[in-house]
Design a protein around this ligand. Structure first.
Ligand code: ATP
Length: 232
């Protein structure tokens, strides 16, 4: 379980995140929404340890995210908006190399299995990733998360720039990872995707959490209402 408690961060006089608290249970997806400049990236950067909070804390499975950084880094996987792979290497070579960097030795059959589970067609496994679309890169990225056995996935605007079919495939993939026990935090501007995937949705406005919505048969129309009421 991820517990974020009273997290705050200012840049000079700008309060980017103000006393932010939320919880994400194991096998649940939490979507953080908000307009430009609302504090989503700052929050993600604090969870990733890139930015130190001024106050507050976050724990994953009762381990403090900052005090036990090395322990926690093994559990966290960050999927940036645009995932970088080594373009001269194939998908399999990328995953072999990237898992080796994490101290893992994983055989090719296991890598292929992870790629297939994450929806990357077999004919792409031995191709250079230079010409991979964003959707294909994401599949390879999430296969890496599987191979590293990451328990907490932090996703940054994963559906921006994806076409509707790729978005649909992404939603299905996240649902599978969730069913396999991943805890997921996703920052996004994609209300439809949040509606489909999230168990809980937080809406940030000027650094403050102004809504925390439990997704009980939430419709897109209802979420749009919450969103526009909170952010305009
Ligand atoms: N390094 C920084 N120095 C100064 N101000 C910053 C810094 N990083 C973020 N901010 C400010 O903090 C506020 C929150 O920014 P943040 O990037 O977290 O918003 P966001 O919700 O991710 O926005 P977007 O959707 O546009 O990416 C903004 O006003 C931004 O200008």
């Amino acid at each position: 379980m991820l517990k974020v408690n009273q997290l705050s961060k200012s840049f000079g006089h700008k309060n980017a995140v103000k006393q932010l608290s939320f919880r994400v249970e194991t096998s649940q997806v939490y979507c953080l929404l908000g307009g430009n400049g609302a504090g989503k990236t700052t929050t993600l950067n604090m969870l990733l340890g890139f930015i130190e909070p001024d106050s507050g804390y976050a724990e994953f499975n009762s381990i403090d995210l900052w005090k036990d950084r090395r322990v926690i880094q093994k559990s966290i996987f960050y999927l940036p908006e645009n995932i970088n792979l080594y373009s001269e290497l194939t998908a399999i070579e990328n995953l072999k190399y990237l898992t080796q960097l994490s101290g893992l030795t994983i055989d090719e059959a296991t890598i292929k299995k992870a790629l297939i589970e994450c929806g990357l067609a077999e004919q792409a496994h031995n191709k250079s990733t230079r010409a991979f679309s964003k959707g294909m890169r994401q599949k390879a990225g999430l296969a890496l998360a599987r191979l590293k056995d990451a328990k907490l996935l932090l996703l940054d605007e994963p559906t921006s720039g994806l076409d509707p079919s790729a978005t649909y495939e992404f939603v299905q993939l996240i649902q599978r990872l969730k069913a396999q026990g991943a805890t997921i935090v996703m920052i996004t501007h994609d209300l439809q995707c949040a509606c489909l995937l999230a168990d809980e949705i937080g809406i940030l406005q000027a650094g403050k959490l102004v809504q925390n919505i439990t997704n009980n048969d939430l419709t897109l129309e209802k979420l749009e209402q919450y969103y526009f009421q909170s952010t305009i």
